[in-house]
Design a protein around this ligand. Structure first.
Ligand SMILES: C[S@@+](CC[C@H](N)C(=O)[O-])C[C@H]1O[C@@H](n2cnc3c(N)ncnc32)[C@H](O)[C@@H]1O
Length: 296
C-alpha cells in the first residue's frame, strides 16, 4: 500500500469527544468524524502512514487514557488499521451530513445535492484539511462572523489565518465580505481552500489563498490593512501570533480568535490585551472558547 493511511478508531464516553478531537488535531490527524453508538461515541481519525510509526500510535493511545483520567472519566479504547488512499478518501464521507450552523449557514457536503433552504449554503469538500463545521471552534467562528458581518459591515476585507478547508473565508464572503486573504502553513489546506472556492463559485480576486501565515497577509494585501481577522488555531500559536496581527489590521479592526481551550483563555486574553485588543466577548461551547475582540 504505497499511499496508505492509518485509520484510528476510538470508543469513548460522549463527554470526552472534544478533548479527543483536540488531542487528535494536535497529533496531526486529518478528517476526524464521530458517530453515536449504543455504548458511547466512536471517533474516527486518519493519518498518512508515512507520518507516524506504531510507537507514536501507542503513545497517542496513552495520552488519550491520561486525558480521560485527569477528568475522572473512563479511559477510551483505541485501535488502528491501515487502509489505502482510495478507501480513506471515501470512508469518513459517509458519516458527514448537512449541518445548520448559527442563524444563517447550512454546510453541505459537496457530494450531496443542495437542499432548498433560506440559509446561505456553504458547499464543502475539506479533503484532508480541517474544517467541516463539525468542530465547536469552527462553529463559534461562523456564528461570530454572522454577528460581525451584518448590514453595516458589507464589503469588508478580512484575513483568515489558518484557513484549513476555507470554511470561514467562504462563510465571510457569503455574508457580504468583499475580499478575504486566506493563509495556512499546510499546503493541503491551501489546496482544499482553492477547490472549495471553485465549488462555491467564488472568484479568485475575492478569495486569495496562499501558503504561509500572518506575515504573508501583509504581502498579499500590498500592506493595505484589513477590517477584520479570523483565526481558529490552537492557543499557543495564537499567543505567538498576536503581536504580529496589528501590522495587518486597521486601527478600528475587529478580530475573532478561536481554538482556545477554557483553561487557556486567561493566557490568550492577557496576550490580546497586552497587544492593544479589547476583549468584547468570550463565547463558549463545550471545552472551547472564542474571543470577539476589537483594536483599542
Ligand atoms: C483548527 S484548523 C482551522 C481550520 C478552519 N479555519 C476552521 O475554522 O475550521 C487550524 C489550521 O491552522 C493551520 N495552522 C497552524 N499553525 C498555523 C500558523 N502558524 N499559521 C497559519 N496557519 C496555521 C493548520 O494547518 C490548520 O489548517
Amino acid at each position: 500500500m504505497a499511499n496508505s493511511w492509518w485509520e484510528l478508531q476510538i470508543t469513548c464516553d460522549p463527554s470526552l469527544e472534544d478533548t479527543i478531537f483536540w488531542r487528535l488535531d494536535k497529533f496531526g490527524c486529518k478528517g476526524t468524524a464521530s458517530e453515536k453508538k449504543s455504548d458511547g461515541f466512536l471517533v474516527r481519525a486518519y493519518l498518512p502512514r508515512s507520518q507516524v510509526q506504531l510507537l507514536d500510535l501507542a503513545a497517542l493511545s496513552l495520552w488519550l487514557r491520561q486525558d480521560a483520567l485527569l477528568v475522572d472519566m473512563p479511559a477510551p479504547s483505541m485501535c488502528w488499521q491501515l487502509m489505502d488512499e482510495e478507501d480513506w478518501a471515501s470512508s469518513w464521507k459517509q458519516y458527514w451530513q448537512p449541518q445548520e450552523i448559527g442563524d444563517r449557514f447550512l454546510i453541505n457536503p459537496a457530494w450531496l445535492p443542495t437542499p432548498e433552504t433560506e440559509r446561505l449554503v456553504l458547499r464543502l469538500d475539506p479533503g484532508v484539511a480541517f474544517g467541516t463545521g463539525n468542530h465547536a471552534t469552527t462553529q463559534l467562528c461562523l456564528e461570530a462572523l454572522e454577528m460581525r458581518i451584518d448590514e453595516d459591515a458589507q464589503g469588508e476585507v478580512l484575513a483568515d489565518i489558518g484557513c484549513g478547508s476555507g470554511i470561514l473565508s467562504i462563510g465571510a464572503l457569503l455574508l457580504g465580505a468583499s475580499k478575504v486573504y486566506a493563509v495556512d502553513t499546510d499546503p493541503l489546506a491551501v489546496q482544499a481552500t482553492g477547490s472549495n472556492r471553485e465549488l462555491n463559485k467564488i472568484n479568485h480576486e475575492s478569495l486569495i489563498v496562499d501558503k504561509g501565515s500572518v506575515e504573508l497577509v501583509k504581502k498579499l494585501s500590498h500592506e493595505q490593512p484589513v477590517d477584520g481577522v479570523v483565526c481558529n488555531i490552537l492557543a499557543d500559536v495564537i499567543i505567538q501570533m498576536i503581536p504580529h496581527v496589528a501590522a495587518i489590521a486597521k486601527p478600528s479592526a475587529w478580530g475573532i480568535f478561536s481554538g482556545v481551550l477554557l483553561e487557556q483563555a486567561a493566557d490568550v486574553a492577557d496576550a490580546l490585551e497586552r497587544n492593544g485588543w479589547l476583549v468584547a466577548a468570550i463565547w463558549r461551547r463545550q471545552d472551547w472558547c472564542c474571543f470577539n475582540v476589537r483594536r483599542t
